[in-house]
Unconditional design. Sequence first.
Length: 193
Amino acid sequence: MDRITRLRPSPALVVATIALLVALGGTSAAAVALLPRNSVGSAQVIDGSLKSRDFHAGALPAQTVVFSRSVAGPVTINTGDSDVSDPRLSVATLSIPRPGTYLLSAKGRFTVDDAGITCALIAGDSSDTSSANVPTRPVGGEAFKATLSHLAVHVFAEPGDVDLRCTTPGKGTAFAARDVTLVAIGIASATGS
């Protein structure tokens, strides 16, 4: 019985051993031992301290990707017998370097003499067309001014281009485009109805 008493550690040895374990294990071992599972929330996390590697796949939303191009102009185009499918009628082009689904937008101001104007935002097989008709202009009156806007969604399987093309119904009629803006916003997906 005397031998068992001699092997019992003293309180000082127990405290020293615990201190040594904490020191060797670091504060992270102590923190893990003290915090129950799923107990850390937004209030406990320091802003900017977490990295994407700290989350499992799909836990974070995809990063938004935006491409844009602005053309102050004026861009002057003489139209012929062509419709908006003719690439020579391009007012502005935006290159998309990454595959993905994009919401596409285009807007521009147009000045036209004695004819209407039709523009199409074109990306692959996706397009949006809009037109403005020119009222009869009095002799010596100002040219007709119109603002046209377009929206489309397109899935790029590989890098590609978004093109804004415009034409007039009158053969050889010139128009000028100003303040043209093309924007492509990457989105997770799109459903149509």
